[in-house]
Design a protein around this ligand. Structure first.
Ligand code: FES
Length: 69
């Protein structure tokens, strides 16, 4: 399950989210969701509103995620 935390930075709120590999979330872009920052489908009742942003964490193998240091 996505872990998210909202924090203030430079006078603005920002949400930092961590996803498990393969996890997918729908983020609200209409600003009306009762589950903000997640989409709860409210946008469907608002004519002309934006739909959600779908974010998916890619699955990686150990070799793909490795870095040379
Ligand atoms: S509820 Fe806002 S985009 Fe879905």
């Amino acid at each position: 399950m996505a872990i998210h935390e909202t924090e203030e930075r430079n006078g603005k709120l920002r949400t930092v989210m961590k996803l498990e590999p393969g996890e997918r979330v729908a983020l609200c872009r209409c600003m009306r969701s009762a589950e903000f920052p997640f989409c709860d489908g409210t946008h469907k009742s608002i004519e002309g509103s934006a739909g959600p942003a779908i974010v998916e964490a890619l699955e990686t193998t150990p070799d793909e995620g490795a870095t040379d240091e």
